[in-house]
Write a protein that binds this ligand. Structure first.
Ligand SMILES: [Zn+2]
Length: 154
């Protein structure tokens, strides 16, 4: 039936090791067997694309979000080539947005539907860190400072 259409255009293969990812506030929000560093990225904004799964897939990919907040409403974001309808996911602890779901209308196979495409998450670049990275110490305030400084000097 519609099997061919539902085939993903990319493949994700897990390494088998489940890596925990933390929000910048250190709260664990995500885990995956496919490292984010090697995951495909979305051209529009460089967000890291990840398929969420309930169970490990045949090629060993497994990824899930922990209790990450759903933004109450969809947001419309301007892109160079149009608009995105996105549903932000936020850390339950510090409420920083760590990623988003796209509306079903953005996907070829569901282009006539609307609503959150919940099995695919786009994670903001730099939004999450592994336990190892966190232990090396990343300072949230310093990160905010960096972005502000860039905007001022632009
Ligand atoms: Zn947080």
């Amino acid at each position: 039936m519609a099997e061919a259409a539902s085939q993903p255009k990319f493949s994700m293969s897990g390494s088998g090791d489940l890596v925990m990812y933390h929000c910048i506030c250190s709260h664990v929000v995500f885990c995956s067997t496919t490292p984010l560093a090697t995951s495909p990225r979305r051209t529009a904004d460089n967000a890291i694309l990840c398929h969420l799964t309930e169970h490990p897939t045949k090629d060993g990919h497994y990824a899930r979000l922990f209790d990450v907040l759903h933004a109450p409403q969809a947001s419309i974001v301007r892109r160079e080539d149009g608009f995105d309808k996105i549903y932000l996911r936020q850390c339950p602890y510090c409420e920083v947005a760590v990623g988003y779901h796209l509306d079903e209308s953005h996907f070829e196979e569901t282009q006539n539907s609307t609503g959150k495409r919940a099995d695919v998450i786009f994670i903001f670049p730099g939004g999450l860190m592994t336990t190892e990275e966190m232990e090396k110490g990343q300072d949230m305030e310093a990160e905010i400072g960096k972005i502000t400084a860039k905007a001022v000097t632009a």
